[in-house]
Design a protein around this ligand. Structure first.
Ligand SMILES: *Cc1c(COP(=O)(O)O)cnc(C)c1O
Length: 370
């Protein structure tokens, strides 16, 4: 008996739901022929700023570029140190290394998978210039104590909010609490485009102005380049598509939250599985629903799910401090990050995932652990 495949992510339902709006948006851009920095880019930036409650939103080519241009604009330079988490996607470290600064990895909290704020201060040196917290899987970092530390030591904070569109910290949208935030519209993110896209957000006029300059080859005035920037504009077609999706994102995130609550309930009867926690300071948006599997059984469970035609993924199989690119950095002891790397497994989730599909996932995990 071969059971129907359960993918890790199914984008089709939300596309089908608003297909007419998307087609109208695409047609509007094509007919306008304003493919580069067309009116949809500005309109989308304004809608994002209003949604997030932030002064400036600057569309860029990817979440990675939002981070890279942000770190550049913040004046991070060779020899500087930037504190971040090892338990994230490479782009978080890459933006620091792009400016030839040094990432300093701090261990994580096993309950939230995020930077353990209590361990940050011990890693601050006279060379430390910034902190890049990551709101991983859609769960906010504990920002109040982190911002207090940043203030005390005069450090800049760039939030990596690539996985956290709509997520909140004490009622405020993440990405708007630090000096700046970097969002990604990679297709699998909660608010995803049909290609690459990203957004830099800040309440700081100077940072916004600098990133706007950097995204067009370092020129405030065309052909009067002031510095080496990048070609990193948000594509007009992507902006138009994202405008069609934005009005639905809160409902879709609620769908993810409801799905996570169902998973938590089904897993309560399964020993050996630690379900994701949601601290009282955050509104989690479950970009990923990630469990921890104890007893060294994670890989066996994943192989079993694969046999059962159920998608799952390890985000991320190698923590940043153990990547080949960082082999020349001084060795670090990050036991919690290592433990979570060996235990984490992300399971199928999307806004309209059906409860019987989730039941099959949970039953299969339980059977694998028997
Ligand atoms: C996806 C992601 C990025 C990079 O975003 P892109 O749009 O793919 O460049 C950065 N950080 C984290 C944590 C991500 O998940």
């Amino acid at each position: 008996m071969t059971l129907e495949k359960i993918p890790l992510l199914d984008l089709k339902p939300e596309i089908d739901e608003i297909r007419d709006d998307i087609m109208a948006a695409v047609t509007r851009v094509i007919d306008s022929t304003a493919f580069i920095m067309g009116p949809d880019v500005k309109a989308f930036e304004e809608q994002c700023a209003a949604y997030l409650g932030v002064k400036h939103a600057v569309g860029v080519n990817s979440g990675t570029d939002a981070l890279v241009l942000g770190i550049h604009a913040m004046g991070i330079r060779p020899g500087d140190e930037v504190i971040t988490t090892p338990f994230t996607f490479f782009a978080t470290g890459e933006c620091i290394s792009h400016m030839r600064a040094t990432p300093i990895f701090v261990d994580i909290d096993p309950n939230t998978f995020n930077l353990d704020v209590d361990q940050v201060e011990a890693k601050i040196t006279p060379r430390t210039k910034a902190i890049v917290p990551v709101h991983l899987y859609g769960h906010a970092v504990d920002m109040d104590p982190l911002m207090a530390l940043a203030k005390k030591h005069n450090l800049l904070v760039l939030e990596d909010v690539a996985q956290a569109w709509g997520s909140e910290y004490k009622g405020t949208k993440v990405g708007t609490i630090g000096d700046a935030g970097a969002y990604s519209f990679f297709p699998s993110k909660n608010l995803g485009a049909f290609g690459d896209g990203g957004l830099f957000v800040t309440n700081n006029d100077e940072l916004a102005d600098t990133v706007r300059m950097l995204r067009v080859h370092g020129a405030r005035k065309k052909y009067h380049n002031e510095t080496v920037g990048a070609n990193s504009r948000l594509d007009t077609l992507q902006a138009a598509i994202l405008r069609a999706k934005l009005p639905h994102i809160d409902r879709w995130n609620e769908g993810r939250r409801a799905a996570a609550a169902r998973y938590n309930e089904y897993f309560s009867a399964v020993p050996g599985v630690i379900t994701p926690s949601e601290a009282d300071y955050t509104k989690h948006v479950y970009h990923q629903y990630t469990i921890r599997i104890e007893g060294g059984k994670r890989d066996a469970v994943q192989a079993f799910l694969n046999e059962r035609n159920i998608g799952s993924f390890v985000y991320y199989p190698v923590p940043l401090d153990k990547l080949p690119v960082y082999k020349n950095l001084p060795p670090t002891e990050l036991p919690v990050s290592d433990l979570c790397t060996s235990q984490a497994l992300s399971l199928p989730i999307w806004p309209s995932i059906a409860s019987d599909v989730q039941k099959r996932v949970v039953d299969s995990v339980a059977e694998a652990l028997k």
